[in-house]
Write a protein that binds this ligand. Structure first.
Ligand code: NDP
Length: 478
C-alpha cells in the first residue's frame, strides 16, 4: 500500500484555446467541406464535446490532392533541399515553443496522461522534424543514388494512439524528401493535426505542401484510392492495412504499412527483477496499451515466475489511474467507447478460455472510458488473448524453460513488430535478437523511440520502415 496519498496536480487547460468548429486545411487555408457534414470530437476522460470537426467527402479529398499536386510541381519539389530544411527547422522550433499547449490538447482529445504527452509524444514530434530537416539537403548521401527524386503527392492515414507523433513520422520525412502531403488524422483525435495546420501557417509553409482532411474511415478510403496520389503511408489495424494493400496493388502507388503487433517481452532468470518489472509495466501500460509495439505477451522463465509475478503485482498496485491532465497520473482513459468494448470483449474471452484475470484494487471514474491495468496468468499459446492484439492495458503471461522455447513462443504470432529481452548476458541478447522475427528488439529496455532508428514490421505487422536513413526510402523514387 502507498505510504501517502498524492494531492491532485492538474495541468491547466487554459493554455489551449479550442475553436467551436474546425474546417479542412487545404491549400494553406481552413475552409468548409463541400457537403457541409461535420462530426464531434470528445474527451474520452469526461465525454465532454471538445469541438466540431468537418467531415471531408471525396470532393474535398480531390481538392486537397489537387492543391498538393500544384504545390509539388510548382514549389516544393523544385525548391533546393537547404530551403526545404529551413521550413522543417522552423516547424520543429514552433512545436517546441507550443509544446505545453500541444501536450494538453493531445491529452484532452486522446485521453493519454499529460506526463506522456509532455515528456514523450511532443518532444519526439519536435525531434522528428529536427532530424529530417537535417536530411533535406543531404539526400545524395543517404545511399539512394547521387540525386534521389521525390515521389510526388503522399496520401497519409494515421491512427488515434499517438496522433501528433504519427503525423510527424509521416509528414517530416515526406517533406524532407520533397514530396507534398494530404493527411487524414483519426476520427477520434483530429485536434492536434489541426493545431499542426496552424503551425504550418505560422511557419509560412507554401500553401498546398501540407493539407489536412478530417473525417472517418471513408475519408481515408477516398484518400488512399485517389488516382492523383503517388504514395500511400498508413498506420493502423492489420485489417484496414490489408484492404489498402489490395486497393493499391493494381496501381503504381508506392505503399508502406505499419500495422498491428503482439510483442513478446522475454524475461530470463538472470534479469534484474526490479528493472524488468519497470520494463514490463512500461511495455504494456504506457499509453493504456494503445501501442502497436506494446509488450502484450510476457514470457517469463519458469524458475523466476513467482518472483516476477509478485513484484509485478506489487508495482501495479501503485499505478495511478485517472484524470489524464493530472501530472501524477500513470494510466489515462481508453480512447473511445468502441475500443473499450473491444478490450472488454477480449478480456471476457480470456476468462472464458480458462486464463486467470487479475487487476489491482482500482477505482474507475464514473464518466468516460476506463479499463484497469489487467494481468492474465495461465495463458496458453492457443488463447485468443495470446494471439490477438487487444490494444489496451492487458498483459498475457506465459512461461518458458529454455532460450529455444522462448524464441519459438515469441515468434509464434502472425505479427512481427517488436520484442524485448531481459538478461544480463550480452551473448544471450545477441543470440535472441538474431532469431526473433521482429522489426525492433529492445534489450533491457522497452518502448524506446528515436527518429534516427528505423521502425517497422515483419509478417502481418506491415512493410516499409519509418525513421532513420531507411525511412527516407519510402519517400524517394528508388
Ligand atoms: P483503423 O485501422 O480502422 O484506423 C486507422 C486509420 O485508418 C484511421 O484514421 C481510420 O479512420 C482510417 N481508416 C479506417 N478505415 C479505412 C479505410 N477503409 N481506408 C483508409 N483508411 C481507413 O483502426 P481502428 O481505429 O478502427 O482500431 C481498430 C484496431 O486496430 C484497434 O483495436 C487496434 O487493435 C488496431 N490499431 C492498431 C494501430 C497500430 O498502430 N498498429 C493503431 C490503431 C489501431 P477513423 O479513425 O476515422 O476510422
Amino acid at each position: 500500500m502507498p505510504k501517502f496519498e498524492y494531492a491532485p496536480a492538474p495541468e491547466s487547460r487554459s493554455i489551449v484555446s479550442l475553436r467551436e468548429s474546425y474546417g479542412l486545411f487545404i491549400n494553406g487555408e481552413f475552409g468548409p467541406g463541400v457537403d457541409g457534414r461535420a462530426f464531434k470530437t470528445i474527451s474520452p476522460a469526461t465525454e465532454e464535446v471538445l469541438a466540431e470537426v468537418t467531415e471531408a467527402g471525396p470532393a474535398d479529398v480531390d481538392r486537397a490532392v489537387s492543391a498538393a499536386r500544384k504545390a509539388y510541381e510548382h514549389t516544393w519539389s523544385a525548391m533546393p533541399g537547404r530551403e526545404r530544411a529551413k521550413y522543417l527547422f522552423r516547424i520543429a522550433r514552433i512545436v517546441q515553443e507550443r509544446a505545453r499547449e500541444l501536450a494538453v490538447l493531445e491529452s484532452l482529445d486522446n485521453g493519454k496522461p499529460i506526463r506522456e504527452s509532455r515528456d514523450v509524444d511532443i518532444p519526439l514530434v519536435a525531434a522528428h522534424f529536427f532530424y529530417h530537416a537535417g536530411w533535406a539537403d543531404k539526400l545524395e548521401y543517404a545511399g539512394y543514388g547521387p540525386a534521389p527524386r521525390p515521389l510526388g503527392v503522399a496520401g497519409q492515414v494515421i491512427p488515434w494512439n499517438f496522433p501528433l507523433l504519427m503525423l510527424a513520422w509521416k509528414i517530416a520525412p515526406a517533406l524532407a524528401c520533397g514530396n507534398t502531403v494530404v493527411l487524414k488524422p483519426a476520427e477520434t483525435t483530429p485536434l492536434t493535426a489541426l493545431a499542426f495546420a496552424e503551425i504550418c501557417q505560422q511557419a509560412d509553409l507554401p500553401p498546398g505542401v501540407v493539407n489536412i482532411v478530417t473525417g472517418a474511415g471513408e475519408t481515408g478510403r477516398a484518400l488512399v484510392e485517389h488516382p492523383g496520389i503517388d504514395k500511400v503511408a498508413f498506420t493502423g489495424s492489420t485489417e484496414v492495412g490489408k484492404q489498402i494493400a489490395r486497393a493499391c496493388a493494381p496501381t503504381r502507388k508506392k505503399v508502406t504499412l505499419e500495422l498491428g503487433g503482439k510483442a513478446a517481452n522475454v524475461v530470463f532468470e538472470d534479469a534484474p527483477v526490479d528493472q524488468a518489472v519497470e520494463g514490463i509495466v512500461n511495455g504494456i501500460f504506457f499509453n493504456q496499451g494503445h501501442v502497436c509495439c506494446a509488450g502484450s505477451r510476457l514470457l517469463v522463465q519458469e524458475s523466476v515466475y513467482s518472483d516476477v509475478l509478485a513484484s509485478l503485482r506489487r508495482r501495479l498496485a501503485t499505478l495511478r489511474l485517472g484524470d489524464p491532465l493530472d501530472k501524477n497520473t500513470d494510466v489515462g482513459a481508453i480512447n473511445s467507447a468502441a475500443q473499450l468494448a473491444k478490450i472488454r470483449e477480449l478480456s471476457e474471452v480470456g476468462e472464458a478460455e480458462g486464463a486467470q484475470r487479475w487487476s489491482p484494487p482500482c477505482e474507475l471514474p464514473v464518466k468516460g472510458f476506463w479499463f484497469p491495468p489487467t494481468i492474465f496468468t495461465g495463458v496458453s499459446q492457443a488463447h485468443r488473448i495470446a494471439r490477438e492484439e487487444i490494444f489496451g492495458p492487458v498483459l498475457s503471461v506465459l512461461t518458458f524453460r529454455t532460450p529455444a522455447e522462448a524464441v519459438e513462443k515469441a515468434n509464434n504470432t502472425p505479427y512481427g513488430l517488436s520484442a524485448g529481452v531481459w538478461t544480463e548476458k550480452g551473448s544471450l541478447i545477441l543470440w535472441m535478437a538474431s532469431r526473433l522475427r521482429a522489426g525492433v528488439v529492445w534489450a533491457n529496455t522497452f518502448n524506446k523511440f528515436d527518429p534516427t532508428s528505423p521502425f517497422g514490421g515483419y509478417k502481418e505487422s506491415g512493410y516499409g520502415r519509418e525513421g532513420g536513413r531507411h525511412g527516407l526510402e519510402a519517400y524517394l523514387d528508388v
